[in-house]
Design a protein around this ligand. Structure first.
Ligand code: KIV
Length: 274
């Protein structure tokens, strides 16, 4: 693996620089990582945000869902990822039921910040999480709020389905995004949302909106690293793309993803939902 420093690399990405990218109309590039070696490749390829996603429960641990992932698992993987990063902003996912009260959310998010160097935590949930988001933000913990398809609620949702197709659900999601922004969320992530709705939410908010299966109008894109490397178990999700098959090296695949997001070439019409 090449560890040559990339002279085009900028200084450390911060919450502030993400906001500046939105204002400047520059697309934000995000990928997941679960260990130091992959994190280093992403960092050197110029990825802006690395998410230590609880998707590790599926792609690393081999579970059917993200539900079995623990706070200890997230801490272990975050500490490894942090060692590979010097440019990208690191977000750590709050795993299932780790944020059911303000006290629990502060304790677990605090652990990710103090013991792993997280710069932001991501939590799934809408307006029902607003008190938790406010409490985290008041204590200096930046929050990414994950709306749309929330994999931790897969059983309640009845499967991994596109969210916000009906007009009432779409209006509710827009309202929830506004409420979460007012509560202090610094980033909103939309998963599997019709592209028109994602565009409305992106335009309505001043904080950046990152999409996965949410169309090209979002301020940035995120994908699961293993999907872009063709390592997905089962079929690659419709909203993703195997960049390794066109490039030939992991580093080039990540660079191709970054270039495609920055130029607006990814996602294409074949990756979006209506
Ligand atoms: O856990 C994860 O990898 C995620 C992404 C799918 C956004 O939440």
């Amino acid at each position: 693996m090449s560890t040559q420093p990339d002279s085009s690399r900028q200084s450390r990405i911060t919450v502030r620089s993400l906001h500046e990218k939105k204002q400047a109309g520059e697309k934000i590039t995000c990928l997941t990582a679960y260990d130091a070696s992959f994190a280093r490749v992403l960092d050197q390829a110029g990825v802006d945000v690395v998410l230590v996603g609880d998707s590790l429960g599926m792609v690393v641990q081999g579970h059917e869902t993200t539900l079995p992932v623990t706070v200890e698992d997230m801490l272990y993987h975050s500490q490894m990822v942090a060692k590979g990063l010097s440019h990208a902003l690191m977000i750590v996912d709050m795993p299932f039921l780790s944020d059911t009260s303000i006290e629990a959310a502060l304790e677990n998010a605090g652990l990710f910040m103090k013991a792993a160097g997280a710069q932001m935590v991501k939590l799934e949930g809408g307006a029902d999480q607003v008190d938790i988001v406010s409490a985290l933000v008041q204590h200096g913990i930046p929050v990414c709020a994950h709306l749309g398809l929330q994999p931790q609620r897969v059983h309640k949702l009845g499967g991994y389905r596109v969210q916000g197709r009906e007009s009432a659900a779409a209006e509710a999601m827009l309202e929830e995004a506004r409420i979460l922004e007012q509560a202090g969320a610094d980033l909103i992530l939309l998963e599997c949302v019709p592209s028109r709705l994602a565009e409305m939410i992106t335009r309505a908010l001043s904080v950046p909106v990152i999409g996965i299966g949410a169309g090209a109008a979002c301020d940035g894109q995120i994908l699961v690293l293993y999907d872009i490397l063709g390592l997905s178990m089962g079929r690659i999700p419709r909203f993703s793309h195997n960049f390794l098959s066109e490039t030939g090296s992991i580093e080039d695949a990540v660079r191709a993803y970054v270039a495609a997001v920055k130029s607006g070439a990814f996602p294409g019409p074949e990756h979006v939902f209506n």
